[in-house]
Write a protein that binds this ligand. Structure first.
Ligand SMILES: C[S@@+](CC[C@H](N)C(=O)[O-])C[C@H]1O[C@@H](n2cnc3c(N)ncnc32)[C@H](O)[C@@H]1O
Length: 278
């Protein structure tokens, strides 16, 4: 679907096939929430008993088909999409990549191999993380977000809304002081507001607040935002509300429809309407 003003460009397609169609240096910002490769490959069900080799069986994020990375191993697919993102992001732009320990090593190494400079590693601290039910390991209560750009050390051109990031305040963040520099640990509870779930939910749906913080730091009004793995549409909705033109891909019909509903609603909120199918 595409909005009449072309502000929203959401497609139910495989992003690996579509990325090569974009011109070089087209996007101002890219926010990636990729499959973490945390699903079991043994059997697709929801009983929570499947073991994931190397990570124990207790990290039971999901048994979603899209998280299996069956064709490409995680390293190969990560390398592929990061290489393409490096090509399509502007020198003034930046890429934000969500990860957990399942894929954070791959992402970091791929960035280094591709010459993407890591600006910061952000720790998203989830104060209200779900307890570890087996009691055999610590409660996983953070995710890692890498902020990277493609410039070189001598020519760092990436957008950093420094004053906005200093001015940022959220009453639910016990670490950020208004008027003080933004730090790399963000205290953002993982719960979603009722409106974020009103059209349904996604198993790994992020709260809008995480993307809103990213946009405060690196958003570009009227710029182009790419969301390669859309899910329920969180990053696209936040980008649209911020004032960016949003592009995204979701391969699963159920999540494509969910993201579409959320985006239509967000667009109504911003007082523009009328959609046309593409
Ligand atoms: C981690 S989830 C994104 C969740 C999202 N941040 C949210 O808040 O809802 C990743 C999504 O990527 C989709 N996906 C996986 N492989 C894909 C591909 N090759 N092309 C397009 N979408 C894909 C999955 O269906 C899944 O919904």
């Amino acid at each position: 679907m595409r909005s009449v003003d072309n502000k929203i460009n959401l497609q139910q397609k495989d992003v690996f096939e579509e990325l090569p169609n974009f011109n070089n240096d087209f996007f101002d910002l890219c926010i990636v929430d990729p499959p973490y490769g945390a699903s079991t490959t043994k059997k697709w069900n929801y009983d929570g008993n499947q073991k994931l080799k190397g990570f124990g069986g207790d990290w039971k994020l999901t048994s979603e088909v899209w998280d299996l990375l069956s064709q490409n191993d995680s390293f190969q697919s990560t390398y592929f999409w990061l290489k393409e993102l490096k090509r399509v992001i502007k020198p003034t732009g930046s890429i934000w990549i969500h990860s957990t320990y399942h894929n954070s090593g791959f992402v970091n190494v791929c960035c280094q191999l591709l010459g993407l400079e890591i600006i910061n590693e952000v720790v998203w601290y989830k104060r209200n993380a779900f307890p570890n039910l087996s009691g055999r390991r610590l409660t996983a209560s953070h995710e890692t977000i890498l902020w990277v750009h493609k410039g070189c050390e001598k020519k760092r051109e990436y957008v950093f809304n420094y004053e906005e990031s200093k001015a940022f305040f959220s009453s639910s963040d016990l670490l950020k002081e208004q008027g003080k520099q933004m730090r790399t640990v963000w205290d953002i509870p993982n719960n979603k507001a009722k409106e974020e779930m009103q059209f349904g939910s996604h198993p790994t749906q992020k709260p809008l607040r995480v993307t809103e913080r990213i946009l405060t730091i690196a958003g570009v009004k009227n710029g182009n935002l790419l969301v390669p793995f859309v899910g329920s549409g969180t990053e696209m909705v936040a980008g649209l509300k911020y004032g960016m033109t949003v592009f995204g891909f979701e391969i699963e019909n159920e999540y494509y429809n969910l993201a579409k509903a959320r985006l239509e609603h967000a667009l109504q909120d911003t007082r523009t309407q009328l959609f046309q199918a593409i």
